[in-house]
Ligand binder design. Structure first.
Ligand SMILES: [Zn+2]
Length: 433
């Protein structure tokens, strides 16, 4: 950990690396990309071979399974997959994340696609990451004396404390007892609170009940899709003008919210190609222009993003995103009247259910070709009717057959990444889409 490196990145992101126009961003990206490809030619056996015959734009897309199968050739620090996996699993079991491989941090990501992912980050990259995250999160005005509370599912040394007089961090384990966590949190009195929406909801409830009287300066939702309804409710209970978001995954620190609460892509260090999913939504294909230990090059994320049409009032030239809507694999597939599958994006389902009444917690899972399992915390007739009506209305608007609905009781599980809308049925999806 080098404080100097962290500060240098902090200052660059926050003050000196001014990117006021699209042109300035594109010039910077082109320069970083040239340098990065040169590095990959020299140091990554996998990319060395590919770059002999491919230009950047023709490189095959990466994904998690490919990253895992070619891990040893892709990374540039000589880390072997099996060795890294073993260490990452041991770290996870002991929940002690100090052990590393040749100075590099390794960790596992569970993700939602079922595969397990592995990441390697060099000390330099970790410092740059910490600097960038702090630059994007610390409020304007006073920079020192902040107390940052982080609720994390799996810790690792990537998030290791940068504890100093300037900023203190406190970690809360989402596997620990939540009442106890909230008591500790209230004692800590964070100025900045960072947690997944499912955890923020529990804290919001504690605030409603008078068990969390603290008003942080900023509250960040991370790691899960932030639904509109949750956003409003959490903001109001925690007395925030707006909730902020960090879009951060194993593949990189991808986006942040500006002072206006609008999500901006971190295009100062990440190149984002857009694969359109419909007229407005796209899934990002990302290239981290600075990450060298484990190159992320034309990596297809599979998240569904909707760009913002108006310019953000903050004036930033970084692309603005209206919403991060979820995983492409969780897009429901209704059967259209013409027999073809109609993609119904998770956000559309969440929005439809805004109009249904009687429940507080829900989860919608497509478990079969024409079957939705809907779990609700309130299961009386009125609530079922209301939900059924909204889902049918949605199907009608999508010109598709109304799915069958099986209701079930909602069971909360704070330790699992919350997806309110999910699809477990894989069926004929791939052929018909
Ligand atoms: Zn903005």
């Amino acid at each position: 950990m080098s404080t100097l490196r962290i500060l240098r990145e902090f200052a660059a992101v926050r003050w000196t690396r001014r990117l006021r126009t699209r042109r300035a961003i594109e010039r910077r990206q082109a320069r970083l990309l040239r340098r990065h490809l040169g590095f990959l030619r020299r140091r990554s056996p996998y990319f060395r071979d590919l770059l002999e015959t491919h230009a950047f734009a023709g490189l095959p897309l990466m994904d998690k399974s490919m990253m895992m199968s070619r891990f040893d050739e892709i990374n540039t620090v000589g880390v072997r997959r099996d060795e890294a996996l073993e260490l990452a699993i041991a770290n996870e079991r002991s929940r002690d994340f100090d052990a590393d491989l040749g100075g590099n941090s390794v960790g596992l990501s569970s993700g939602t696609s079922g595969h397990r992912g592995l990441f390697v980050v060099s000390p330099r990259e970790r410092d740059a990451w910490v600097g960038a995250v702090l630059a994007r999160t610390l409020p304007r005005g006073r920079l020192t004396g902040h107390r940052i509370a982080l609720f994390l599912r799996a810790d690792n040394s990537l998030y290791e404390s940068v504890g100093s007089r300037a900023v203190s961090f406190s970690y809360f384990d989402v596997y620990a007892d939540m009442d106890e966590n909230i008591r500790r949190l209230a004692d800590y009195a964070p100025t900045i609170l960072v947690a997944p929406p499912s955890v923020l909801r529990l804290i919001a409830r504690a605030a409603d009940a008078g068990r969390f009287p603290i008003v942080p300066q900023k509250v960040y939702a991370v790691a899960e899709v932030l639904e509109v309804a949750d956003e409003k409710r959490i903001a109001s209970s925690l007395r925030q003008e707006r909730l902020h978001q960090l879009y951060q995954c194993t593949e990189g620190f991808l986006a942040h919210t500006c002072a206006h609460g609008v999500i901006h892509l971190n295009e100062d260090s990440i190149l984002v190609e857009r694969e359109q999913l419909d007229d407005e939504r796209f899934t990002p294909i990302i290239t981290d222009l600075r990450r060298r230990a484990q190159p992320i090059v034309r990596y297809r994320l599979g998240d569904v993003l909707r760009p913002r049409s108006e310019r953000c009032p903050c004036g930033s030239a970084l692309a603005a995103i209206e919403r991060i809507e979820g995983r492409e694999g969780d897009t429901l597939l209704f059967r259209g009247h013409d027999g073809r599958r109609v993609p119904v994006f998770a956000d559309l389902v969440a929005r439809a259910l805004l109009y249904a009444e009687g429940f507080d917690e829900y989860r919608v899972v497509q478990t079969d070709a024409s079957l939705l399992e809907i779990a609700l915390d309130v299961l009386d007739d009125r609530t079922r009717d209301s939900v059924t009506r909204e889902i049918h209305g949605l199907a009608d608007r999508m010109h598709s057959e109304r799915p069958e609905i099986a209701f079930a009781p909602y069971t909360p599980d704070g330790s699992v990444k919350l997806r309110r809308v999910a699809r477990t049925w894989r069926g004929d999806a791939d052929e018909e889409l």
